[in-house]
Design a binder for this molecule. Structure first.
Ligand code: MF3
Ligand code: CO
Length: 272
């Protein structure tokens, strides 16, 4: 069953998604050659904490492994789930994907974007453009009465029409009370297939697009997904609310007041 959010849930989803978007926006502006991916991790961690939220990635468990960082930072041929590191220095011409998932007052917001480090090759520029367009085109299909496969198909069609490939091993997903809820949202598929879209679904739509072939593999760290052929990859993601008025992107930056309990320690220490 795909969870349907009520008005109270949606109020919370708006907050967690805005916070996730604020963090992503902040990190995008910080990216420059010479910094490490750990620098981005530290800024992301601070930004999440400052807004009274928590990283949903940190400690996230798959099997017996727990994800060890607050952000996912994936460079070039890394598709998703790159673990930030002091040793990974961003160079002019790199692509860096920033994936931010936060929990705020019990609800989760998820978004991602890939940005250029300095000046990138024109093929890489096109990869970013087409992947972001694919996300937009997928979101347009997230209308009540459509099916999930309509989103998948639209994304695949756009990506492949430009000669790129969609990753098949990783999918978009429902998001809300947990990071991964039903439904799965593949970035490839058939029109008019899958579950019917109803009002009140919160969907993380996230095309992952490779410049080369779609195959991926997992590095020995157990997390980092890379393209099998070493070609660069891009990733754009929004959390979207379906409604009778059409799809609404929730992961848009805006200030969110921290909850009172997150502010209390600061207020208390200021009084001394
Ligand atoms: N946006 C990613 C996803 O939906 C975030 C994963 S966090 C990690 O899968 F902990 F699994 F790395
Ligand atoms: Co996601």
């Amino acid at each position: 069953m795909i969870p349907i959010k009520n008005d109270r849930h949606i109020i919370r989803m708006r907050e967690s998604c805005a916070i996730a978007a604020n963090v992503l926006q902040e990190l995008k502006t910080l990216v420059r050659p010479g910094m490490s991916t750990q620098d981005l991790e530290e800024s992301g961690r601070a930004s999440i904490a400052r807004q009274g939220a928590r990283s949903a990635c940190y400690g996230y468990q798959i099997g017996s492994r727990r994800y060890p960082a607050h952000t996912c930072i994936s460079v070039n041929e890394e598709v998703v789930h790159g673990i930030p590191s002091f040793r990974r220095i961003l160079r002019d011409g790199d692509l860096v994907s920033l994936d931010i998932v936060v929990e705020y007052e019990g609800f989760i917001g998820d978004n991602a974007a890939t940005v250029a480090v300095g000046t990138i090759a024109s093929a890489a520029q096109k990869l970013l453009r087409v992947t972001e367009e694919a996300l937009r085109i997928g979101i347009v299909e997230a209308v009540v009465g459509n099916r999930i496969g309509d989103i998948s198909h639209a994304i695949q069609r756009h990506v492949e029409s430009h000669g790129f490939s969609v990753v098949r091993d990783m999918v978009g997903h429902g998001v809300g009370l947990s990071m991964h809820e039903e439904p799965q949202i593949p970035n490839f598929g058939r029109k008019n297939s899958g579950e019917k879209i109803k009002a009140g679904m919160t969907l993380a739509i996230e095309p992952m697009v490779n410049l080369g072939a779609y195959k991926t593999k997992t590095l020995s760290d157990g997390w980092t997904i890379v393209t099998a052929d070493g070609s660069p990859s891009a990733h754009f993601e929004h959390t979207v609310l379906t409604s009778d008025k059409g799809p609404e992107i929730l992961t848009i930056p805006r200030p969110v007041l921290a909850p009172v309990h997150a502010l209390l320690p600061v207020a208390a220490s200021a009084a001394h």
